[in-house]
Design a protein around this ligand. Structure first.
Ligand code: ZN
Length: 277
């Protein structure tokens, strides 16, 4: 045999939102029984829970808590809302510490009543305002550029080049980038920008799924790797060429999969990961 045909699952992480119908306790048990080693926790999965105890519960299941999703939403025309966003990000940093993770993902925000450029300035200022807290808490901040279809209200950072520019400008070892294939696969400069991101030690996280064709919903119709048009393996090869050895995080929002049996879906995730990522 030459190369191993399929990858093992030692780098597989799953986001709690991927199996949203499961409570975090069920997800932890089922992930762990399937041999999965990483989990990324969405803040809504923690609602009504003691965060420290929940983090301990995840660690007892031998799960590495890869990151907390998500902080951000820094861009607002009104100053009061920008201040409230910074406060919320400070709370999220504390939640990350309680949970026992060393990274928080940032969906940076955008306000359609102002220019994207203005939103980007506010994002930069918002992140700059929380770097000292993030450093004190030892929580890395990962800027996730979002597909341009979300430039209206979710993020004014839409390419990896923009995320690289911002992390380089902020120039802190606590600020880096989360590369998500769903958002960036179309970018002709992706390989080059992944290389740049790695060279500057800014590549913090790698999220995977697939782009369904035709896609029926711009938010909730993601698919399993191998079911769409994203060259996931090729993008992973660029990611690994930088020296990245972190988790590959499966992040799928799908009303279709959420309606079905989550145990079956988990088995499909593992197969898709092994064969198509
Ligand atoms: Zn993502």
């Amino acid at each position: 045999m030459n190369h191993q045909k399929h990858r093992d699952i030692s780098q597989l992480c799953i986001h709690t939102i991927t199996t949203m119908p499961w409570k975090i306790e069920e997800a932890a048990k089922n992930f762990s029984e399937a041999g999965i080693k990483g989990i990324t926790v969405w803040r809504d999965a923690l609602e009504g829970r003691n965060i420290r105890q929940t983090g301990n519960m995840l660690q007892k299941h031998d799960l590495t808590i890869v990151s907390l999703c998500r902080g951000g939403f820094f861009a607002h025309k009104e100053l009061s809302k920008r201040k409230a966003a910074i406060d919320d990000n400070r709370r999220a940093i504390n939640e990350a510490v309680e949970l026992g993770t060393s990274m928080m993902v940032l969906v940076c925000g955008a306000d359609p009543s102002q220019s994207l450029e203005e939103s980007r300035k506010q994002i930069r200022d918002g992140i700059a305002a929380i770097i000292s807290e993030a450093a004190a808490a030892k929580v890395k901040l990962a800027i996730e550029p979002l597909h341009p279809m979300y430039a209206d209200t979710r993020s004014a950072i839409n390419t990896l080049a923009q995320a690289n520019d911002m992390t380089e400008e902020l120039n802190s070892s606590w600020v880096g980038v989360a590369v998500d294939v769903y958002h960036l696969w179309w970018d002709p400069f992706l390989e080059k920008e992944i290389k740049r991101c790695g060279e500057n030690k800014n590549l913090f996280a790698f999220h995977i799924c697939d782009w369904k064709v035709p896609t029926t919903d711009l938010l909730l119709d993601r698919d399993l790797m191998g079911e769409g048009c994203i060259p996931v393996k090729q993008i992973r090869s660029w990611i690994e060429a930088t020296g990245f050895t972190g988790f590959n995080e499966v992040e799928i929002f799908s009303t279709v999969y959420w309606k079905g049996d989550q145990g079956k879906f988990l088995r499909k995730i593992i197969r898709a990961y092994k064969e198509h990522s």
